[in-house]
Design a protein around this ligand. Sequence first.
Ligand code: AMP
Length: 223
Amino acid sequence: MVVILLGPPGVGKGTQGARLVDELGWVRIATGDLLRAARREGTDLGRKAQEYMDAGDLVPDDLIVALVKEHLAGLGADTGVLFDGFPRTVPQAVSLDAMLPELSRKVDGVLLFEAPADVLFKRISGRRSSPEGRVYNVYFDPPRQEGICDVTGSSLVHRADDEPETVERRLAVYEEQTAPLISYYDAAPTRVMRIEGDRPMAEVEEAVRQELARELDVTVGSR
Ligand code: AMP
């Protein structure tokens, strides 16, 4: 099974994706995470991607497609795959459609998360994280003391690409380059499952569970 999480930055795809792979035992391929890891490790890819990422622009398709190919190749044929943040352009989707049959796979479904732009803006630009991975939001879930993690006392960090100007750019890039994928998949035999992302987390989780069961016969364990 291959499922794509599609939707603008800040809509909650990452949170849902992490939970789903946990419960389903699938593998999550999140290109944004892979690129950030490449940057931390100082690889050639990381150096090439840096400038685009910090500006809120997309990394060129050929680099992304090569990265995904490398990660897909090592997987067993019956491992479920959840793509998070990929594909992000129509050419990336076309490349994915070309590489999957070689692995006896196809895109089975797309979970499309949607939310109003003002909510997305606050969700991303308000995000602050601790080095230990705890995430706060200055609008929706602030730490008790500004800039300090409640649990560890570490200083909170604002990702460069979460700065307000970059967030505006990332949202515009989504509309221009990624949103056309909605009609791409609507026109394909792929199941497109629409999820309203601007709701309490438990409701979003329930909607995802119902759609996956109804459209793809995939059961997410009740916790
Ligand atoms: P994300 O964590 O998914 O929001 O990704 C962070 C940044 O990594 C994006 O703003 C892009 O610069 C880059 N990126 C991640 N995935 C892709 C992709 N599929 N295509 C192009 N750029 C990407």
